[in-house]
Design a protein. Structure first.
Length: 135
């Protein structure tokens, strides 16, 4: 689905591409459709490279996350959390990481907050209610 301010939905992009295919200048078609030449060239290039599939909206999520914590270190964080039942600040100090990084790793793996668990056994004793934001 196109974002709210998009000038062209996939159907409009197809119309634009058909006009360019008929021999009209990309800049003229862009002006007629109320989009920039850069945007028109981008859609035209994607159509030439990928065909009609290139006109479909793509996810804006990055294809790679080179600075994301490695799986080995994430496993160490999860094991430390399970064994010590301590928070991100303690775990970060022991592993030589930032507490915010440890917190992100725990959230990514859906580790319950310490206040929601039994301090002795580590089992979840409180469920999230509707008033709590979804993590």
């Amino acid at each position: 689905m196109s974002h709210a301010n998009a000038r062209l939905a996939p159907a409009g992009r197809l119309i634009m591409v058909q006009r360019v295919q008929s021999g009209r200048a990309v800049a003229k078609v862009a002006a007629e459709m109320g989009i920039s030449r850069t945007t028109a060239w981008r859609w035209w290039r994607r159509f030439r490279e990928e065909g009609p599939a290139g006109l479909i909206d793509r996810s804006s999520i990055a294809k790679s996350h080179p600075s994301q914590t490695g799986p080995c270190l994430e496993t160490r964080v999860r094991i430390m959390r399970h064994l010590t039942r301590r928070g991100p600040v303690f775990i970060a100090g022991k592993l030589g990481m930032q507490a915010s990084t440890v917190g992100r790793v725990l959230r990514r793996h859906h580790a319950p907050l310490l206040r929601e668990t039994d301090p002795v056994t580590g089992t979840v004793i409180r469920e999230l209610t509707a008033s709590h934001p979804v993590r």
